[in-house]
Design a binder for this molecule. Structure first.
Ligand SMILES: Cc1cc2nc3c(=O)[nH]c(=O)nc-3n(C[C@H](O)[C@H](O)[C@H](O)COP(=O)(O)OP(=O)(O)OC[C@H]3O[C@@H](n4cnc5c(N)ncnc54)[C@H](O)[C@@H]3O)c2cc1C
Length: 463
């Protein structure tokens, strides 16, 4: 299989620019470095890693792969479990092809290639703007937006995919074709890119909407970020208070309620990592939590572009990691209390899973309504179970997964018809849970058959 790729690489080298690197020695340190991923789950070794510098390089590479029937996968930030491929295949690694162009007047930004989320936030802030970014500074921005994009500002901006204005996409049509996608050119494909965009081609450029920072705290682009820590034994008492606080739409609070053992002491705790975009003193929205006298209560105002800096450690590459993330229609406090036991059993049986956190995520306000219909079906969701699974011993892979599944199952409850999955977090389970509604899914399947019937950009929506 590799021999086929090796025999065709000179043809690729002849068409791409001279600074487009092609790595083909797995022992080479540059190859090893590019192979590092956020998670080692499912990590494979390709025959070659191609590092385009330009859109033309990307196009030539896709054309070459299609012409010679070589499987490919694009990679941007490497923070998913999916940008990996085995022997006989190639990774198109976009991290050497990066740019951001901000149009202050139009309030848009054009993201290019493998640009990372933090860079987008920083560049927009320079122009007094922000957009619907998520929790991971080093997450690839384009895949984040394409896959729905659950943001820290969803109630103000809508989801990441709601921000998409237009795109340039290399599709599998006609042996590899660069397509301009706008509201008037290929509008159906634009609809699909807004939530299912990782399955239709390699997106070289994505133009997204931005918003003035005056929409945030004190009209200064600030977010209040704080943490409240309680002993795990107080979970029942705290969750009762949180149930009311999380449902209080008067205050723009959001955050995560986490069952975890934070370093350095590793004392099992209930950690509430909270955010607030409103103008009042945080003691107003979070008063009931302060009243409970947490062991630790911290907080300060940070510029929105730095709001995820404290979570940078979660972006580290290596180990066995994944998100167990599902959308929920409400908060069941008793169920959450039951997950404490599951977490405790997990870390007792699998001490290597001590970094794992079972998290309930809330946004007190509903997502901002989108201006256009799209492939994404998340707009009725403001609660999530968002577990961060993180362990190191390969012998415990299945066990840790089973504990995660047990937690998710308790939090979801019995009503299977209402299950919601998040496309940026999972590709397993029935696709009907990620793209809800018969008409939406039928349209997506039709578009997939139209644009990528051979499944060059995954077989999702084909099977
Ligand atoms: C620490 C952390 C925090 C996160 N926080 C959030 C969050 O707050 N909200 C949220 O919605 N998600 C979040 N995610 C999930 C993340 O948005 C998705 O996993 C995203 O797809 C990762 O993009 P990537 O470029 O880093 O990963 P990659 O693994 O490089 O790419 C992800 C997928 O997109 C494909 N792809 C890559 N580049 C392109 C391209 N240019 N065109 C088309 N397809 C492409 C890849 O083949 C792969 O299937 C988080 C993930 C991590 C690890």
């Amino acid at each position: 299989m590799s021999a086929h790729v090796f025999s065709q690489l000179p043809a690729l080298q002849a068409t791409v620019a001279s600074d487009c690197r092609i790595l083909q020695d797995p022992e080479d340190s540059a190859f090893q470095e590019r192979l590092r991923r956020w998670t080692n789950i499912g990590r494979q070794t390709p025959t070659a890693i191609i590092l385009p510098r330009t859109e033309e390089d990307c196009l030539e590479t896709v054309r070459w792969a299609l012409q010679h029937s070589i499987p490919l996968v694009p990679s941007s930030g490497g923070h998913s479990a999916w940008s990996t491929i085995g022997e006989g295949g190639v990774i198109i690694d976009l991290s050497n092809y990066v740019d951001i162009r901000v149009d202050e007047e139009a309030k848009t930004a054009t993201l290019v290639g493998g640009v990372l989320s933090k860079e987008v936030g920083l560049r927009l802030a320079e122009a007094g703007l922000f957009t619907a970014l998520g929790n991971g500074n080093t997450v690839g921005a384009i895949p984040y937006f394409l896959g729905g994009g659950a943001s820290i500002t969803t109630s103000i901006t809508g989801f990441g995919s709601d921000q998409i204005v237009s795109a340039r996409v290399i599709t599998a049509r006609n042996g590899g074709e660069l397509v301009e996608v706008t509201a008037t050119e290929h509008p159906d494909l634009l609809w699909a890119l807004r939530g299912a965009g990782q399955f239709f081609g390699l997106v070289t450029q994505l133009t997204i909407r931005a918003h003035p920072v005056s929409l945030l705290r004190k009209q200064q682009g600030l977010i209040w970020v704080g943490a409240f820590i309680f002993p795990l034994a107080r979970t029942a008492e705290v969750t009762r208070v949180m149930k009311t606080l999380m449902a209080d739409t008067q205050h723009a609070t959001a955050g995560l309620m986490m069952i975890m053992a934070p370093p350095p002491t590793r004392t099992p705790s209930l950690v509430i990592s909270a955010r607030y975009t409103g103008d009042e003193d945080p003691h107003v929205p979070f008063g009931p939590l302060y009243d409970l006298q947490p062991v630790v209560a911290t907080g300060n105002e940070v510029p929105v572009q730095n709001a995820s800096d404290a979570r940078e450690i979660l972006c580290a590459k290596g180990d066995f990691k994944q998100f167990g993330v599902v959308g929920l229609h409400g908060f069941d406090a008793d169920a959450f209390v039951r997950t404490v036991d599951i977490w405790t059993k997990m870390v007792t049986e699998c001490p290597d899973a001590i970094n794992t956190a079972f998290n309930f995520q809330w946004d007190a306000r509903p997502p901002r309504a989108p201006e256009a219909d799209s492939a994404s079906s998340l707009h009725d969701i403001r609660y999530w179970q968002n577990n961060l699974i993180w362990h190191t011993d390969s012998a415990n892979r299945d066990k840790v997964d089973r504990y995660n599944e047990a937690c998710i199952s308790v939090m979801r409850g019995p009503d299977e018809m209402r299950f919601v999955d998040f496309q940026n977090g999972t590709r397993t389970g029935p696709i009907e849970r990620r793209y809800r509604g018969t008409a939406r899914l039928a349209k997506l399947r039709r578009l997939k058959r139209e644009w990528d019937p051979q499944g060059v950009f995954t077989t999702q929506l084909l099977d």
